[in-house]
Design a protein around this ligand. Structure first.
Ligand code: NAD
Length: 483
C-alpha cells in the first residue's frame, strides 16, 4: 500500500479520477511544498457515488451483522498492519508529529472500526409491553445512503469515527475528508478494497467543501449528514439540510475552559495542562485554550507553565523528538498569528512564544509557530471568546467558584471543559453547572468510546460515540402488535 502522487476517488469499489479531470495541489505543511494532487470533484462525481451507494444498499443492509463485523474488522486489521504507511501519510498531510500519528491518530482509526464492528453485534432495541393485550417493539433500520464530512485536525481518526458506525448499522456511505488532509482517506479506500468491502458500500469523494461537500449535503437521496468541522460551516450545512428534513449530526468548534483550583494535585495538573494546551499544536477541538487559575496558585502556575512551554520542541514533524510540528496550512498559521496580534491590541502580555519559528534548510518554508501563553486579557475580549485553534492559551485568575463558572460559560461554545480539584463535592457542583457536552475532572482527553460525545450551544447538535452513533445512523420504527 502506498500514498500515490495523484489521489483518486473511491466510487463503486474502484479508484477513479474525477470526471472533470481537474486536480488541485496537496501541500505538505512541514516544508510548504506540493507533494500530491487532489481530485477537484463536483456534483457529477457525487452523483456517481450516490448511484453506487443506492445500488449497494439492499445487499449491505441485509448482509447480517456478523458479515459486516467481519469486513469492518478486516479493514481495521489492514490499517493496523500498515501503521507505518498510514502514520507517514498523516504526518505529511497535517504536519503533526509522527509520534502522534503513530500512537494516537492511526491506532484510534482502527480502534473506531473495531469498536463499531463489535458494537453492532450487541446492538439491541427496546420493546414496550402493554400488559395483557399488546406489545410494541422498536425496529431500528439503517437509513439508506448517508453523508459523512470530516475536518483536517484528526483526519483518519474522525473520518472513521463517522464511517464505522454508519457502515456497521447497514448504511451505505458517501464520504468526504478534508481537502487539506486527504491522503489517509485515500489509503483507507485501498484498505477497503483489500478487505473485500462490496462495491458502492463506501464511496470517498475528494474535493473542496463548497463544491463536493455541498453536493453531498444537498443531494436529495442522501438522507442523513454527519459533519465535523467549523461552526460557520455547520451553520451553512444546516441551512441546506434542515429544510430537506435530513437527519443531522453537527460536531463543531470549541473554546474550552480549563479550570484549576488551588487544591488540585499540582504535578498531575501541570503535566496534563501542557498537553491540553498544545497537543497537536492546539488544533484539537477539545484543547483547553482558556485557562482559569484560582488566585492563591496563579503565579506558581503561570511560572511553571511558561517554563515547561519554553522547553517544548517545535520542529520537523518526522523527528521523534518533536513536540509540536507544523500548523496545518499557511492560511491557518496566518489566522493564529492574527489572534496573537489581536491579543496584544486587547491588552494581553505575551509570556512566551508569540512568534513564528524560522526553520532552516528543507523546512524553511514550513508553517511553524512557538507555543504561546498570554495573560492580562479581559475575560470577555475577542481573544477569549473566539476559537483560535492553534498553540495559544490565555491565563485568567479567579477568586470564587461562582465567578469561574460564569467565566467558563460566557462563550457561545460548549464543547468540553476540564476541572482540577481534590474536593469531590466541588467537582460535582462545577461539572453540573458547566455548559459543555464533555467535562473532564482531573484528567483530559481520557476517552471511552462507549460514552456520548458532542457539544452544546454553538459547538453542535447531536451526539457521536457508542450507541448514540448507532442510534443516529438508524431510524427507529415502532411496531405495535395487539393480540
Ligand atoms: P471546516 O468547517 O472548514 O471543514 C470541515 C469539512 O467540511 C471539510 O471536509 C470541508 O471541505 C467541508 N466543507 C466546507 N464547507 C462545506 C460546505 N459548504 N458544505 C459541505 N462541506 C463543507 O473545518 P476545518 O477547518 O476542516 O476544521 C476545524 C474545525 O473543526 C474547528 O472549528 C474545530 O473546532 C472543528 N472540530 C470539531 C470537532 C468536534 O468533535 N466538535 C472535532 C474536530 C474539529
Amino acid at each position: 500500500m502506498k500514498a500515490d502522487k495523484y489521489i483518486k476517488n473511491y466510487i463503486n469499489g474502484a479508484l477513479v479520477p474525477p470526471l472533470s479531470g481537474e486536480y488541485f495541489d496537496n501541500i505538505s505543511p512541514a516544508n510548504g511544498e506540493v507533494y500530491s494532487h487532489i481530485p477537484d470533484s463536483d456534483q457529477a462525481d457525487v452523483q456517481q457515488a450516490v448511484d453506487a451507494a443506492q445500488k449497494a444498499f439492499k445487499e449491505w443492509s441485509s448482509f447480517g451483522v456478523e458479515k459486516r463485523f467481519r469486513i469492518l474488522s478486516r479493514i481495521a486489521d489492514i490499517i493496523e498492519q500498515n501503521l507505518e504507511t498510514f502514520a507517514m501519510a498523516e504526518t505529511t498531510d497535517s504536519g503533526k508529529p509522527i509520534s502522534m500519528s503513530k500512537t494516537v491518530d492511526i491506532p484510534r482509526a482502527h480502534a473506531n472500526l473495531r469498536f463499531f464492528a463489535t458494537a453492532i453485534m450487541h446492538f439491541a432495541s427496546e420493546s414496550h409491553f402493554m400488559e395483557g393485550h399488546a406489545i410494541n417493539f422498536t425496529l431500528r433500520q439503517p437509513i439508506g445512503v448517508v453523508g459523512c464530512i470530516s475536518p483536517w485536525n484528526l483526519p483518519l481518526y474522525l473520518f472513521t469515527w463517522k464511517i464505522a458506525p454508519a457502515l456497521a448499522a447497514g448504511n451505505c456511505v458517501v464520504a468526504k475528508p478534508s481537502e487539506i488532509t486527504p491522503m489517509t482517506a485515500y489509503l483507507l479506500a485501498k484498505a477497503c478494497m483489500e478487505a473485500g468491502l462490496p462495491p458502492g458500500v463506501l464511496n470517498i469523494v475528494h474535493g473542496y467543501g463548497p463544491k463536493a461537500g455541498q453536493a453531498i449535503v444537498e443531494h436529495p437521496n442522501i438522507k442523513a449528514i454527519s459533519f465535523t468541522g467549523g461552526t460557520s460551516t455547520g451553520r451553512e450545512i444546516a441551512r441546506t439540510a434542515a429544510p430537506m428534513f435530513k437527519k443531522l449530526s453537527l460536531e463543531l468548534g470549541g473554546k474550552n475552559p480549563n479550570i484549576i483550583f488551588a487544591d488540585c494535585d499540582f504535578d498531575r495538573m501541570i503535566f496534563d495542562t501542557l498537553r491540553s494546551s498544545f497537543s497537536n499544536n492546539g488544533q484539537i477541538c477539545l484543547c483547553g485554550s482558556r485557562i482559569f487559575v484560582e488566585k492563591p496558585i496563579y503565579e506558581k502556575f503561570r511560572d511553571e507553565l511558561v517554563k515547561r512551554t519554553q522547553f517544548l520542541k517545535v520542529g520537523d514533524p518526522f523527528s521523534p523528538m518533536t513536540d509540536l510540528g507544523a500548523l496545518v496550512s499557511r492560511s491557518h498559521k496566518e489566522k493564529v498569528m492574527s489572534y496573537i496580534e489581536l491579543a496584544k491590541v486587547e491588552g494581553g502580555t505575551i509570556l512566551c512564544g508569540g512568534k513564528a519559528v524560522e526553520m532552516q534548510g528543507q523546512l524553511a518554508n514550513g508553517y511553524y509557530l512557538r507555543p504561546t501563553v498570554i495573560e492580562g486579557l479581559e475575560v470577555g475580549c475577542r481573544t477569549n471568546m473566539e476559537e483560535i485553534f492553534g498553540p495559544v492559551v490565555t491565563l485568567t485568575p479567579f477568586e470564587t467558584e461562582e465567578e469561574v463558572i460564569q467565566y467558563a460559560n460566557m462563550v457561545d461554545y460548549g464543547l468540553s471543559a476540564t476541572v482540577w480539584t481534590q474536593d469531590i463535592s466541588r467537582a460535582h457542583r462545577v461539572a453540573e453547572q458547566l455548559q459543555a457536552g464533555v467535562v473532564w475532572i482531573n484528567c483530559w482527553l481520557l476517552r471511552d468510546l462507549r460514552t456520548p460525545f458532542g457539544g452544546v450551544k454553538n459547538s453542535g447538535v447531536g451526539r457521536e460515540g457508542g450507541l448514540e452513533a448507532l442510534r443516529f445512523f438508524t431510524e427507529p420504527k415502532n411496531v405495535c402488535i395487539k393480540y
